[in-house]
Structure formats: C-alpha cells, structure tokens
Design a protein around this ligand. Structure first.
Ligand code: NAD
Ligand code: IPM
Ligand code: MN
Length: 347
C-alpha cells in the first residue's frame, strides 16, 4: 500500500502534513508514504510543475494524497508550465476521469452552514464531476483578429464515450445511495451539453432502478442554495462540477471541509481537498486541514478497502467539530496544527 504524497504549494504542505500525521497514527501494516514535488514548488526546483520523476512516483504508487497547487507569482508563465498543470496533468495522464465530491452536513452541525439550519440539515449529496474532458482540455489559444482585436478562445467538447463512462459512474453512485441522479448541463444553449444529455438518457436504460432528472446549471446553482436536500447524486461536466462543488462546500460550512476522490477504473485514485493553495493565508498556520484529512479517509476506503479506518477518521473530524474545534474558515480560531492535534486526540 504505497501512497504518493504530493503536498504542492501554499497551504498544500500545511494541510497535507496533518493528513499524514493522521494516516501514520492509524499504524496500518504495510502502508508506505513516498513524497514527490508538484506545482510551483516543483517548477522552482526542477523547471516543471509535473516532473517526470513525480509522474514515475505516481505510477508506481497505489494512491496519491494531494495537497494543492497554485502560485500567483508564476501566473505569467506559459500555460504548460503553470503550477495548476500538475493536477491537470496527473488527472489526464493517469486517466482519473471520475471526480467524487461528497457534500454532507455533519449531524448536529447544521449551524456551520451559511444556510438556515433547517435547510442545511438535509444536505447529503455527491457531485460526480467529469475530470478528463470539457473546455478544460480542448484546444485553446489567443489570437489577433483581422481588425487588430485580441481574442482568447477555448474549445468545449465531449465525445460520447467520455460522457458514457462518467454517466455510468453517476448511475452506479446513485445505486449505492438514494437512487436519484440529477444530470446538470446547459443543453438549452450548448451542443456539448445536448450530446451529454442524449448520452446520459441512453445510458439510463441500463439503470431502471435509478430515477434520472436533468437540470440546467444555472437552475442547479440556485437549487443548491434553495433546497440542497433535494439532491442525491449530481453528475456533470468538468467546468460546471468545479463551480458547483465550491458552492456546495459553503452549503455544508466551508471549503476547508470538502474532500474529493479522482478515480480511474479500478482502485487507483488521487485524493485531495477541493480547495486550492489559498495564498492569502499560506505559511501562517491558519488553514483548515480537515478537507485533506477527510480526503485521506476517502483514500483508505476507495483504494485500500479500509472502511473501518476511514470511518474512524471521519468520526474523529466530526467529533472535533462537535467539540467546537473550528478554523478561521468556520468563524473559529483554531490553527492548522491545533485542528490536526484535535483530530488525532479523538482518533
Ligand atoms: P482557494 O481555494 O485556494 O481559496 C479560496 C478562499 O478560500 C481563500 O480565501 C482561502 O483562504 C480560503 N480557503 C481555501 N482553503 C482553505 C482552508 N483549507 N482553510 C481555510 N481557508 C481556506 O482558491 P483561489 O484563491 O481561487 O486559488 C488560489 C490558487 O489555488 C490558484 O493558483 C488556483 O489556481 C489554485 N487552486 C488549486 C487547486 C488544486 O490544487 N486542486 C484547487 C483550486 C484552486
Ligand atoms: C479544482 C481546481 C482545479 C480545477 C484547478 C486548479 C485546475 O479548481 O481542483 O477544483 O479547476 O479543476
Ligand atoms: Mn475548483
């Protein structure tokens, strides 16, 4: 059970260190951790955000625990060298097409949400976000038009096989939950979305036990705040899923709480908080490590089948929150290490 640990930039190393402490405290036989450089940190050291050596560590591991990448001072670089290419590259190179982003309100902790407790209390949803296609990976560029104006462009597309495999992931996830799948698209405007919807409907024939609905993304953004309890599983494209999951995090309480799994077929996966490198609070010991700690729990469950250990971590995080251990993101004053200590103490 070899875990590649890629801490990255900004608060990445701070939150990853706490998740590693939690993993080590479990004293799981045969668990081995191997570190690698990614993002801006890797660029500064090796001239590339995803060096070949890092990719090699990833390929020879059974799972990846990922912190965050992103460094505003490197945003002038050509796109291929920007820190974000590390996570985009790993997702693409390793075929991690299914991004699971659960958003569930902790029992008794409805008041963490910025929504009214009676609304927040019903939140138990899973966003299944496609991660290898969409406008993220199409051709892109900037050009100068004949009249001299500059134009930026990005090609949005989905091929039917790409939609089919994420649709299957969505339906299967719904089968394991409440049996409801909401496909979110923008088929009223985008051809990409119309094909998405057509293919999801085709795939639905194989899942008669799942109730399929469709929703436009603008309405979905509104419904997530109005009545988030109505959602079970949401399946959507790369860009819409990115945006809706940050929104869902606030419905639960904070972006510092939401974990994710990026999966290929099989048990291999990359696990990371949904948040970024948070340059505004980096290096100050203020970041909430709970999202990364909960990502480590997802790792143990999905890649190694260690359900009991995963549940122990989740219970320890919930207990710390219930005891009032809150980071600044939740209006509290606990620092990164203090939160890590609190989770460890309850493990
Ligand atoms: P961000 O998620 O880093 O931060 C958004 C806001 O949330 C900030 O105010 C930040 O302080 C706060 N925040 C985020 N995580 C927190 C935590 N654990 N505890 C407390 N507060 C937290 O998003 P951004 O500011 O838009 O982006 C910053 C950089 O991160 C950019 O370079 C971006 O490209 C990158 N990014 C990387 C990933 C990733 O590695 N997967 C994800 C998102 C953004
Ligand atoms: C995320 C991030 C990434 C994304 C960026 C850093 C490329 O926002 O993991 O949610 O857009 O997928
Ligand atoms: Mn994002």
């Amino acid at each position: 059970m070899r875990i590649a640990v890629f801490a990255g930039d900004g608060i990445g190393p701070e939150v990853t260190a706490e998740a590693v402490r939690v993993l080590e405290a479990l004293q799981i036989d045969g668990l081995e951790l191997v570190e690698g450089d990614v993002g801006g940190a890797a660029y500064r050291k090796h001239g590339h955000p995803l060096p070949a050596a890092t990719l090699e560590i990833a390929r020879s591991s059974d799972a990846i625990l990922f912190g965050a990448v992103g460094d505003f001072s490197l945003d002038h670089l050509e796109r291929a060298l920007r820190p974000e290419q590390a996570v985009l590259g790993l997702r693409k190179e390793l075929g991690l097409f299914a991004n699971l982003r659960p958003a569930t309100v902790f029992k008794g902790l409805e008041d963490l949400s910025t929504l009214r407790p009676e609304v927040a209390g019903k939140i138990d949803l899973l966003i299944v976000r496609e991660l290898n296609g969409d406008v993220y990976f199409g051709e892109k560029g900037t050009r100068t038009l004949e009249d001299g104006r500059r134009q930026g462009w990005d090609m949005m597309s989905y091929a039917e096989d790409e939609v089919r495999r994420i649709a299957h992931a969505g339906f299967k996830a719904a089968q394991g939950r409440c049996g409801k799948l909401c496909s979110v698209d923008k088929a009223n405007v985008l051809e990409t979305s119309q094909l998405w919807r057509d293919v999801v409907i085709e795939v639905s024939a194989e899942y008669p036990d799942v109730e399929l609905t469709h929703m436009y993304v603008d309405n979905a953004a509104m419904q997530l705040v109005k009545n988030p309890g109505a959602f079970d599983v949401i399946v959507t494209g790369n860009l819409f899923g990115d945006i809706l999951s940050d929104q869902a995090s606030m419905c639960v309480g904070s972006i510092g709480l939401l974990a994710s799994a990026s999966l290929a077929e099989g048990t291999f996966g990359l696990y990371e908080p949904i948040h970024g490198s948070a340059p505004d609070i980096a290096g100050k010991g203020l970041a909430n490590p709970m999202a990364t700690i909960l990502s480590a729990a997802m790792l143990l469950r999905h890649s190694f089948g260690l359900e009991a250990e995963a549940a122990r971590i989740e219970a320890a995080v919930a207990a710390a929150l219930a005891d009032g251990i809150k980071g600044g993101d939740l209006g509290g004053s606990a620092g990164t290490k203090e939160i890590g200590d609190a989770v460890l103490a309850r493990l």
